[in-house]
Design a protein around this ligand. Sequence first.
Ligand code: FE
Length: 140
Amino acid sequence: MDPQQKSVKVEKSDEQWRAELDEQAYAVLRQAATEAPWTGAYVDQKGDGVYRCRGCGAELFSSQTKFESGSGWPSFTDPVVSDAVELKEDRSHFMVRTEAVCARCGGHLGHVFDDGPGDSGQRWCINSAALDFDGGADAA
Ligand code: FE
């Protein structure tokens, strides 16, 4: 990410996040909760568009990289640009996983696994509650 973009990081107090986000988005984005599989709004979402961070609106994933993983969570082969998302080691729940975090607001999105079907080999397993689907003007 270039220095200019880094300077527009979104930082808010816990109080502000609580006031702005619905309960589930707050739990996922700010407390790293995981929504139950097959419950999220975007698991079966198929239209063309962009998935934005529900916390800050940053463009994170494109419908073009979305695939049916069978996991019960929206799954992507790649982020829309690699700088949009940061990776962190997550050692919670007696596992070592790679956590995906919004680069702009630090919100927890989900995890990245190395069993994806595309060229990247990655499977970005993302909570619907962390996303807003933006179908744009062409959305059906
Ligand atoms: Fe964000």
